[in-house]
Design a protein around this ligand. Sequence first.
Ligand code: AMP
Length: 302
Amino acid sequence: MGILVVGTVAFDSVKTPEGEARDAIGGSATYFSAAARFYAPVDVIAVVGNDFPLDSLDFLRERQVDISGLEIKEGKTFRWAGEYAANMNDRRTTDTQLNVLSGFRPVLADRHREHDHVFLANLDPDVQHEVLSQSGGPGRPGIVACDTMDFWIDGKRASLLSMLNRVDVLIINDGEARQLVDDYNLVRAAERILDLGPRAVVVKKGEHGATLCTRDIWFAVPSYPVSSVIDPTGAGDTFAGGFMGYLARSGDTGVDGLKRAMVHGSVMASFNVEDFSVRRLASLTENEISDRHDRFLEMITP
Ligand code: AMP
């Protein structure tokens, strides 16, 4: 069954040791849906301003991502800028302009409520709450997962913490996990996050892989080794796309399903870092995904 995603569609300006992209197409919902659609139907809820070139999302439409839930509002599109350190893992946000995202109040259509699974991509936690309330909340058959970022941990902490009690899985990077519960030790940080409500936490560690933590099991996957990392922006969202996409396609949301979803998340993220913006995802094929998935399994299975 399908996935409803709410998140950002954005203009990103990114500097990495490999070069620079200005006002490139980005946003958490864009990356997520491009990746997840290889696995399952995806409906997007997001907002852009009337300065946004809608034809830049043609690659999503061609893949049958349903973007009819994209609201076009008078004003400027959300903008984000970031700069990566020489190790390509550490990132500094240099600018965030919410623009039309301020005051965004999504209204779900009936078809949005039909999806079993919901991904609350990186976005204002108040909007994530709103979508969850309108989508039927707890009691839905599938997985509700969410992501967040330092900007919202700093600015909307209370709303974010109460959200964690409403989701099954939090997908977050290591620095943000530490920041969220104010603990430098990642083991304790994951345990504290579990205390806040979700039944699983996925902690992403850039090139060092990702760990799935529940009360009963820990499961780690490495990152797929990529020799040419150009731009890591959106790696977290594409990881989430592969992860949620696999859960939706397989319908297996138990612990073994979550473990396999980690492998798919790593594979999808590894493609995204190979070029700026959504370029690599736009050219990606199913064969490339299944080849890399098979090669990755060989690498991580004794
Ligand atoms: P990732 O590299 O997976 O963390 O995702 C980066 C994407 O998140 C970029 O395309 C940005 O447009 C988007 N983004 C950056 N800051 C925010 C924010 N505060 N809220 C929502 N999306 C954001």
